[in-house]
Design a protein around this ligand. Structure first.
Ligand SMILES: C[S@@+](CC[C@H](N)C(=O)[O-])C[C@H]1O[C@@H](n2cnc3c(N)ncnc32)[C@H](O)[C@@H]1O
Length: 281
């Protein structure tokens, strides 16, 4: 198996394991947190009534619902995700004019030339083989189609992960090292040059990048907030296997690091996003 294929297999395994279950369980909180990103993505993508939208890595379907409202009763949204626990949540929220499919973006036989607008809210950075995935979803787009997705800017610009991650690494020597530049993960599309390379290789025009910033909001109790933060990301995998005592120490370290971000009745940690748009060539 090639490195890319193995990376891809591991991602599918992870999103169908405890991490996917955790995302499915926390769907309501995640959706409230990411509403500003959905609004910004709607603005960048400008969906029109009657359009057909494909939402890649739709997760529990929050962005799909927002785009379904925008394209109206004559439009259609297909949400595709490789995580069984998350797509089950999405299916339960489906409205008329929406469908959800458990599908790997790199391999699924989407209906060719059927999509006006391809979108993703934080889904495309997790492709183990992004070249294969973009080449595959490109075939679903009409020649007149458009692409708009939201991805995280580099870790250094995202205190909502950088702050807890730095504290965790100091507290937990067993934390795996950060991924390499070609590894899938939340910050895999932080580098504009890499994103441009993948998209142009996949048959798209040189993309435009727009910056968007917002606050990720967590409960004001730092220990409650820290527990939620560490369990949704890759750190969750390490923490789940730790003895209770070590877990408590790690969460206390994260809680201390995020305490300065208490803002009234929440903890507000800044997040920085790219809104990427392009068209097929
Ligand atoms: C960070 S979550 C974002 C979910 C959702 N878009 C949201 O904003 O709440 C990343 C999503 O990408 C999905 N994903 C990862 N690799 C995928 C692939 N090859 N094909 C389809 N979905 C994939 C995961 O299952 C997960 O639901």
């Amino acid at each position: 198996m090639s490195d890319a294929a193995e990376r891809h297999r591991l991602q599918i395994e992870a999103w169908n394991g405890p991490m996917g279950v955790q995302w499915a369980t926390n769907e309501g909180r995640t959706e409230r947190n990411l509403t500003p990103v959905t609004q910004a993505l709607l603005k960048a993508a400008a969906p029109q009534p009657g359009e057909h939208v494909l939402d890649i890595g739709c997760g529990c379907g929050g962005s799909s619902v927002a785009f379904a409202a925008a394209v109206g009763p004559t439009g259609h949204v297909l949400g595709a995700d490789v995580s069984a626990p998350m797509i089950e949540v999405a299916k339960a929220t489906a409205l008329p004019g929406m469908d959800f499919v458990l599908a790997d973006a790199a391999a699924h036989a989407f209906s060719p030339d059927s999509v006006d607008l391809l979108i993703s809210r934080f889904g495309v950075m997790f492709f183990g083989d992004p070249d294969a995935a973009f080449a595959n979803i490109r075939r679903a787009l009409k020649p007149t189609g458009r692409v708009a997705f939201a991805c995280w800017r580099p870790l250094a610009e995202n205190p909502w992960v950088r702050v807890p991650m730095t504290a965790l690494r100091a507290a937990l020597p067993s934390m795996p090292p950060p991924g390499g530049p070609e590894d899938p993960g939340p910050f895999a599309f932080g580098d504009q040059a890499r994103v441009a390379r993948i998209l142009t290789h996949g048959g798209f025009a040189a993309p435009s990048f727009e910056k968007f910033e917002f606050n990720m909001r967590f409960p004001a109790d730092p220990v409650v907030a820290a527990t939620g933060i560490v369990m949704i990301g890759p750190a969750g995998r390490v923490l789940r296997d730790l003895p209770e005592e070590a877990k408590t120490v790690a969460i206390a370290a994260v809680a201390e690091a995020i305490t300065p971000y208490i803002a009234g009745d929440i903890i507000a940690l800044p997040g920085a996003v790219w809104l990427v748009t392009t068209t097929p060539v």
